[in-house]
Design a binder for this molecule. Sequence first.
Ligand code: OOG
Ligand code: NI
Length: 465
Amino acid sequence: MSNQNVVSPDLIRQRFSRAMSDMYREEVPLYGALMALVAQTNAQVLEQDPAIARQLSATGEIDRLDLERHGAIRVGSASELATLCRLFAVMGMEPVGYYDLTPAGVPVHSTAFRAVHESALQISPFRVFTSLLRLELIADPELRAFAESVLARRSIFTAQALQLIDLAEQQGGLDEAQAQAFVEQALETFRWHHHATVTAAQYQQLSAQHRLVADVVAFKGPHINHLTPRTLDIDIVQAQMPAHGITPKAVIEGPPRRQCPILLRQTSFKALDEAIAFTDQQQASGSHSARFGEIEQRGAALTPQGRALYDRLLNAARDELQDFPNEANAERYNRLMHQHFEAFPDSYAALREQDLAYFRYFVTEQGRTAPAQALKGLSLDALLQAGFLRFEPLVYEDFLPVSAAGIFQSNLGDAAQTHYAQHSNQAAFEQALGRSTIDELGLYAQTQQRSLEECYAALNLPARN
Ligand code: OOG
Ligand code: NI
């Protein structure tokens, strides 16, 4: 196939993300209500806070804001994960990061499929948090064997989706008609099914082991379990949710509210129980709560030092709370988080000077028109000080393991903590995936470096590190 006919993977991802959103809105009407609330809040923030509006325009993020969302799925076997990896690759999405959820009593490990280059992220930042069930953590060998046999019998991809993945790999892409068919076929994998693949008694057994085990094993495929829009002010949305008939979880995960948002703040709400039919029933007389809603606010990506500081302060606050955050201690938790995070600088200038966050650099009008003589030999700091360059934070594009655990738990309705003897096993995850995961910090460092190089080139200065 000639290159001209190939549809850019970024555009396939953009279309797929839209198709997924349309499907989910139809399946879960509350998602539509949440989208409306977020859109309204974002418009309000942009109107009331010209600084934020300016920043989002300068970085181009304003154009991707309404497109922006992440979803989450859970799969049951190595071969399902490996094929998903190939499916997402057709849309330019690669596995970024490794998340171990076992410390929080959730028997999965995960990655996030997403675009990796800033220009691709700009076209569609769609991400899918993808978890692999760790069957080896099921204690009962009989139940484990049963779960394995059920999973071995199912095929979560349509025959045509598999053909199109092969074709994309052979041809190096898909043409327009193929891309369209691919979006339709790929969507099928993530659809909700009212029919379970096990009997009511088998479902109960799986669920008694862990609700998540039932959610993965008892269904035809990895239904999308939430789609999350990005809000510019999560506290406003959290406060307004009850008035819209939505009950949020007790606390917002992630860092506390700040002047300069960092990383990721998230909150979720439980979706309703859904009627399902087990294989030994004619009608949908069983129920399962799988799908929920979530919103997120994204801030600056942190450097390894910044991340270490974040982890330290988060752990200190949680240690002092001496419990998992819940309804009863939510106020105290928020207070402790604010207290501990006073140690985290809260201006972009300080975050940059102390090398705590990643930034993108821009040449200013003044820089563009400056005589070569005025620029010569200036350090980065000097170029900034002279007003020839300016900077904006890079958006955090990933997830946070402690937050993800909180989201999982709030929606599994399972405060009981299971303690697994085994922990992180990135090597096993990557073997199942069929490739290694990408280190997210390296991606931010590269984007920052590229932006610096572009600035130096535009100013006719020699490249440097
Ligand atoms: C994934 C939960 C984690 C997030 O945004 O951190 C998550 C799941 O429930 O499958 O979605
Ligand atoms: Ni999520």
